[in-house]
Design a protein around this ligand. Sequence first.
Ligand SMILES: [Zn+2]
Length: 186
Amino acid sequence: MPDYQYTSDYFVHKHTLFPYIASFLPEDRAREISALMKDGQVSLIYNKSGLISSCSINQNRQFRYCPECMKEDIQNFGEMYWHRLHQITEVLICPKHKVPLQNSRVLMRGAYRQSFIAADEENCISNEAIGFSPDAIEKLFMIAEDVQQVLTREFTYQNIDKHNLSHTIAIISSPTGILNAEIFFG
Ligand SMILES: [Zn+2]
C-alpha cells in the first residue's frame, strides 16, 4: 500500500474536481466548499459555488471516457474508472492519447446524480463518431494540457491568474464568479 495519508483533504484534492473549480473562486468561498464536501453536503455545494447556473462542468450530459485510457486501465488495473479530467467540459480530447473523448451511457444528471455508477465496458460504448481536424486536435490538446495542469498542481487556494500555464491560453473567470471559462488562443 502506498505511503499516503488518506485524509479528507487528500480525497478532495486528488480525487474530485475541487482543485479546478476552486481555482476560479476567492479563497474564502473555496474553503467553504471544501468544508461542505468533507461534510457530504453536496446540494449546498452547488448553491454556494454557483455551479448550477454557471459551471461548465455541469454542461456535460454524460460521463466521458477515452477509449485508449480505457484499454490501458483494463490492462493495468483489471478495470476502468472515470478520469476526473475527462469530465471537464473544456477538455474534449485526452491529452495523453490525443484522441477525442467519447460520451458514455451514464448520465450526469437526473436520477443518477447522486448514485455511483462505475465505468465499465458496457456503459462505455459510444455510437457517436466524434472527430476533429488535425489543427483542432492541436489546439484542443493545449487546452486539455492547461486544464490538467490546473487540476493536478499542488493546490494552494491560488486564483487562476496566478497560474503559470504552459501554453498561451488564458482561462478567465466569469463576472458572476467562476468557470464558464472562455479560452483564447495566443
Ligand atoms: Zn487517453
